[in-house]
Design a protein around this ligand. Structure first.
Ligand SMILES: Cc1cc2nc3c(=O)[nH]c(=O)nc-3n(C[C@H](O)[C@H](O)[C@H](O)COP(=O)(O)OP(=O)(O)OC[C@H]3O[C@@H](n4cnc5c(N)ncnc54)[C@H](O)[C@@H]3O)c2cc1C
Length: 342
């Protein structure tokens, strides 16, 4: 049995099999609905049910407020239809029909960028190419049915390869495997492209890029994508890490600033080691943005990293620096649903 879903503002329509989520079915139908973590954690896929009924499914506390629930909001990544529906959702500007595909790929290269950050280069079969926008992510489909999301750390390139920056999470199911047993030439299965974290091209507003740890990965892709076009919009990159090793591609970012590709690069350490001999900025990276940009009313901010950093940045930059709520684009690195106890 399937239900028909209409999206307002139109003209999109798609069918969902009973039991499937709205988002999964919409993406499979080639409709690039707005989404982020797909785990009920980030809220990027919020939609209002204008007519019809849904089972809202399990999502994390606080992602939808009491008022939003009362007004009929649901998360498309968790909600399943119980009837035909009309949904109202904020469609991402620059939305394009990039098909979400499942593809095999080979680990072409593995390099340590820092003691706890692995750089993977993935190679697709010669006849296949993953089309994506700089800033999007993929899911790695694990043999046991679990999946893990990773941002693509490069803009599309001639050889079709993609790069990932994977931080080791102590005891982490997948990242432990990456650091201990995964080998070059191993085969992975991925699904992508996913997410709506990309540079909004139609806007000429100056951009602040805000990265925490491996949140640098999609911002690197966005900078590379912007460099393939000219002229480059004014961009400032803030990159926060605990210690110097966490700024695992510091020289690359500093080089962008030195050549004028980036207006400015501001590295910020929260807990530098004595051995780092760090004379740069310290503290929380989003506080450095607030200090340097007291008025963000004419800017866009693209933030990526730990969910707590994203939330603090959204709260402080909108409240203190007049950043419009709709000029804050974020991709929080939420844990996968299977590692969270409902
Ligand atoms: C859209 C998106 C993009 C992402 N991109 C990247 C990326 O480019 N690079 C990257 O390194 N990660 C990224 N992540 C995070 C990644 O998907 C995994 O959650 C992470 O690698 C941990 O997976 P795991 O299987 O090793 O740990 P799990 O087995 O899932 O977790 C084990 C336990 O560790 C804890 N844990 C899990 N993740 C973290 C964490 N990040 N920090 C602290 N504790 C944690 C939890 O308590 C969990 O119970 C992204 C996440 C999302 C949603």
């Amino acid at each position: 049995m399937s239900y028909r879903i209409k999206i307002e503002p139109g003209p999109w329509q798609f069918d969902v099999e009973a039991g499937n989520t709205l988002l999964r079915a919409g993406l499979a139908a080639g409709i690039a609905l707005p989404h982020g973590c797909r785990n009920g954690a980030c809220g990027a896929c919020k939609a209002r049910v204008v007519s019809g009924q849904v089972d809202p499914g399990y999502f994390m506390e606080g992602v939808l407020s009491e008022q939003e629930i009362a007004r009929g909001y649901a998360l498309m990544c968790c909600a399943r239809p119980l009837s035909d529906l009309t949904l109202e959702c904020r469609t991402a500007s620059g939305l394009r029909d990039l098909p979400v595909r499942t593809l095999p790929c080979r680990i072409q290269k593995m390099d340590l960028l820092a003691p706890d950050v692995m750089h993977l280069t993935l190679q697709f079969p010669a006849s296949e190419r993953l089309q994506f926008l700089p800033g999007q992510y993929i899911d790695i489909l694990l043999r046991d049915g679990r999946r893990r999301s990773f941002s693509i750390a490069n803009a599309p390139r001639e050889d079709g390869r993609i790069e990932l920056h994977i931080r080791r999470v102590p005891g982490g199911h997948f990242t432990q495997h990456v650091f201990e047993t995964l080998r070059e030439r191993d085969i992975l299965r991925i699904e992508g492209p996913l997410g709506t974290f990309w540079l909004r091209e139609e806007s000429g507003r100056p951009v602040v890029l805000l990265a925490g740890g491996t949140g640098f990965a999609p911002l690197k892709a966005i900078v590379e994508g912007a460099l393939q076009k000219s002229p480059v919009r004014p961009m400032t990159l803030f990159w926060g890490a605990r210690d110097r090793a966490g700024l695992y591609l510091h020289e690359l970012a500093a080089g962008w600033a030195a050549t004028g590709a980036l207006g400015r690069y501001v590295p910020v350490l929260s807990e530098p080691e004595a051995a780092d001999a760090w004379s740069g900025r310290t503290g929380l990276v989003h506080r450095a943005v607030a200090a340097d940009f007291p008025d963000l009313s004419g800017h866009e901010v693209y933030a990526c990293g730990a969910p707590a950093m994203i939330e603090a940045a959204r709260r402080d930059l909108t409240a203190e620096c007049s950043l419009p709520e709709d000029a804050f684009y974020a991709d929080p690195f939420n844990f996968a649903a299977d590692s969270v106890t409902p």
